[in-house]
Design a protein around this ligand. Structure first.
Ligand SMILES: Cc1cc2nc3c(=O)[nH]c(=O)nc-3n(C[C@H](O)[C@H](O)[C@H](O)COP(=O)(O)O)c2cc1C
Length: 225
């Protein structure tokens, strides 16, 4: 073989090896890039899923029962029925439970509405629109946005001690959600009185809660405050 032919074959082999090398390297690069891309996409997707999850959680926290508003359940209860209901409301709202304690406790004689002479303490108070029985404890309402206000119905109305509470606390601009227990009478006439006498307070219509724990909790969960 002459020298020219040998030089040609060597040159062709070098070029061929060079081309194969180039293709191998460039195809590896492409693979790496595409791997990188798919990694980036996966990470981005994961991140965006996390963000959505975070948002979903945020939304969960914005439902009617667990929001940023500060809640108190303030109640008067002479024989424990309204107190029990107040406890159910606390379980749902996680608000602060505050009892309105009368300075002079009501005895069973005081509460006797069957007294024929209409002269039991409770009956006399309800018959006197200016009666304001004293409250024993100090109640600070300043830092609450929403107040559930509970009481038994006495002669169709809120006990006068509830008016003592409303007269002596500035609830202007706050949301007040009344609730009551009773032997059957409804809450509406007491709420009408509140709305017409404490005009700067945002009274909601409230509810008569005589139907047990589940009904109370469902009512609270359905509120949007
Ligand atoms: C003085 C007095 C008056 C009452 N008047 C009414 C009334 O007008 N209508 C009614 O349905 N229940 C009436 N009740 C029943 C109470 O509203 C009911 O027993 C209530 O659940 C008691 O709540 P408490 O245990 O939290 O005090 C009266 C009870 C008392 C002691």
């Amino acid at each position: 073989m002459n020298k020219k032919i040998i030089a040609f074959i060597v040159g062709a082999v070098v070029i061929a090896v060079g081309c194969i090398g180039f293709f191998v390297i460039s195809s590896n690069n492409n693979k790496t890039e595409s791997n990188n891309n798919s990694n980036t996409n996966t990470t981005e997707n994961e991140n965006s899923n996390e963000t959505q999850e975070e948002n979903t959680n945020d939304n969960d926290n914005n439902n009617g029962t667990t929001n940023d508003k500060k809640v108190a359940i303030i109640y008067f209860s002479a024989t424990g029925t309204t107190e029990k209901v107040a406890g159910y409301i606390k379980e749902v709202t996680d608000g602060d439970l505050i009892e309105i304690v009368p300075k002079d406790e009501y005895t069973s004689a005081d509460l006797n509405y069957n007294n024929n002479n209409n002269n039991s303490r409770s009956t006399k108070e309800q018959n006197d629109s200016s009666a304001r029985p004293e409250i024993k404890n100090t109640i600070n309402t300043d830092h609450y946005d929403v107040i559930f206000l509970g009481y038994p119905i006495w002669w169709g109305d809120a006990p006068r001690i509830i008016l003592t509470f409303l007269d002596s606390h500035n609830l202007d601009g706050k949301t007040v959600i009344p609730f009551c227990t009773s032997g059957g009478s409804g809450i509406s006439s007491s709420v009408s009185y509140f709305k017409s006498h404490y005009k700067n307070v945002n009274f909601e219509d409230g509810a008569t809660l005589n139907n047990g724990e589940a009904a109370v909790k469902n009512w609270v969960k359905g509120l949007n405050y």
